[in-house]
Write a protein that binds this ligand. Structure first.
Ligand SMILES: NC(=O)c1ccc[n+]([C@@H]2O[C@H](COP(=O)([O-])OP(=O)(O)OC[C@H]3O[C@@H](n4cnc5c(N)ncnc54)[C@H](O)[C@@H]3O)[C@@H](O)[C@H]2O)c1
Length: 240
């Protein structure tokens, strides 16, 4: 199986933590030169990489990020759009604050759109984009309308872009993680974590590394005939 990414240039947003950091590490291990981007300054950078501070909701900053990748490396081959936020306070739709709706949509969906727009324009020699969606992009979840909507939207955008850019040799896919043990999942008590674990037939939360492995596969030549797909990494969550 061809997972070799030698000479490939990979950009990862949300790379300062959790799933994005694991993607950057594994892409680097496969030989890619990685650029890590995050709204928070990044200190730990894999050996083949560099870091940028970027807010994905700001179109100018996003364009600047991709321009810097092109200036330094001359190309962009792989992009993993991972920057995102969760919903700390659950609320049914009638009780959902509009500012919270806008915050989730702005970071999780507008941000991914702005990144994809700049990345697709830069992938002049073909490439692969992997969007980190969620199982909540495929099914509803009570009390999480803004998050669920942002991830459904991201999956729709993934499929549309896959169709638009297939002829240019750019593949666009999404990963749909179940509940993953990262800082985003700030479940305070053991009981809440246990009930989330039990929602997965495998009986536990996933790890950032398990999600990254799927993202690296989709980005690699091993997935050369896969585009417009959504790959669940969910311990069986969606199989029920
Ligand atoms: N942890 C889970 O259970 C889970 C499940 C499904 C999907 N996801 C998705 O995976 C992605 C990564 O989540 P994670 O669990 O690694 O969380 P995390 O909080 O560990 O990492 C998210 C990163 O995104 C960055 N970020 C947030 N807003 C940003 C912005 N405006 N511009 C640039 N960077 C920004 C944060 O600084 C952080 O480093 C998110 O899109 C999330 O929705 C997570």
């Amino acid at each position: 199986m061809d997972l070799d990414l030698t000479e490939k240039v990979a950009l990862i947003t949300g790379a300062g933590s959790g799933i994005g950091a694991a993607c950057a590490q594994q892409l680097s291990e496969m030989g890619a030169r990685v650029v890590l981007a995050d709204i928070a300054p990044i200190v730990a950078v894999p050996c083949l990489g560099s870091a940028l501070t970027v807010d994905v909701t700001d179109g100018d900053q996003v364009r600047g990020m991709v321009d810097q990748v092109l200036e330094h490396f001359g190309a962009l081959d792989i992009a993993v759009n991972c920057a995102g936020v969760g919903m700390p306070v659950k609320a049914a739709t009638a009780e959902t604050d509009f500012a919270e709706w806008r915050r989730l949509l702005s970071i999780n969906l507008d941000g991914a759109f702005l990144c994809m727009r700049a990345e697709l324009a830069a992938m002049s020699r073909g490439g692969s984009i992997v969007n980190i969606a969620s199982v909540m992009g495929l099914v509803g979840t009570p009390g999480a309308g803004p998050y669920v909507s942002s991830k459904h939207g991201l999956i729709g955008l993934t499929k549309s872009a896959a169709l638009e850019y297939a002829a240019d040799g750019v593949r666009v896919n999404a990963v749909a993680p179940g509940f993953i043990d990262t800082p985003l999942l700030r479940e305070p008590d053991d009981k809440a974590r246990q009930s989330l674990s039990a929602a997965h037939p495998l009986g536990r939360l996933g790890t950032a590394e398990e999600v990254a492995a799927a993202a690296v596969f989709l980005a690699s030549p091993a997935a050369s005939f896969i585009t417009g797909s959504v790959l669940p990494v969910d311990g069986g969550y969606l199989a029920r």
